[in-house]
Design a protein around this ligand. Structure first.
Ligand code: DX5
Ligand code: ZN
Length: 224
């Protein structure tokens, strides 16, 4: 399959929440392809963030598609709320969804792109049976729960595996990475086969548009 276009997805978790609308608008002007929204429930991960109301608010202030990453248990109970709030992509965790196949099918039935995410310790092979149900595979490159963590090198291998699996399957899902993505690491994950890059700290700490540009340039240097 031909390479998919590079997408930079700023994670609003690292934004200054006291001026969220302004920072999202800066990211939009800076060329953000998606806005990544980290929903945490204090159960699946040891941190609590926000729910559908914030997504609905964001939807009003930007035209950039919202990439909603649900780090919550039993995501099947709330996907309708996130679909109604205006998500373009809803990603659920393999580890959090017992009936993964059914939940992914339901997300697509709502007209939303379906994503599945894998924690660093979960092998890529666990999602082979649902590959035809997904638009996006999110390989976590940190243990989910917090921004600003260090990239886990061992996850590079999983990106390569996911890329090889996509080639073999002939399918067209995106390969997204999330956690510790910065100019020093993004080149290697791009080379390993990722096309969609979530970055919180590396976008929102400092000059937002310039940071997005630096990340994009760093992917282009390394990509095959
Ligand atoms: C981690 C979240 C990430 C996080 C990334 O649980 O899923 O999206 O915000 O933050 P950085 O880019 O700072 O590692
Ligand atoms: Zn995330």
């Amino acid at each position: 399959m031909k390479s998919l276009p590079i997408r930079i997805a700023p994670s609003m978790l690292a934004a200054d929440f006291s001026k969220l609308a302004q920072q999202i608008s800066e990211a939009e002007k800076g060329g953000a392809d998606l806005i990544h929204c980290d929903v945490m429930d204090g159960l699946f991960v040891p941190n609590l963030t926000f729910g559908p109301e914030i997504i609905r608010t964001l939807r009003k202030v930007t035209d950039v598609p919202l990439d909603v990453h649900l780090m919550i248990v039993k995501p099947e109970l709330s996907i309708q709320a996130y679909a109604d709030a205006g998500a373009a992509i809803i990603t659920i965790h393999q580890e959090a969804s017992v009936h993964l196949h059914r939940t992914l099918t339901e997300i697509r039935r709502m007209g939303i792109q379906a994503g599945v995410s894998l924690n660093p310790s979960t092998p890529v092979s666990t999602i082979e049976p649902v590959l035809e149900k997904i638009d996006l595979l999110l390989i976590m490159t940190v243990n989910p729960g917090f921004g600003g963590q260090q990239f886990i090198e061992a996850c590079l291998r999983k990106v390569e595996e996911a890329h090889a699996l996509r080639e073999r399957s002939g399918l067209g899902f995106s390969i997204e990475v999330d956690g510790g993505i910065e100019p020093a690491t993004i080149g290697r994950v791009a080379r390993a086969g990722a096309d969609t890059f979530v970055a919180g700290t590396a976008v929102f700490h400092g000059a937002i548009a310039k940071n997005i540009q630096s990340l994009r340039e760093a992917t282009q240097k390394e990509r095959f």
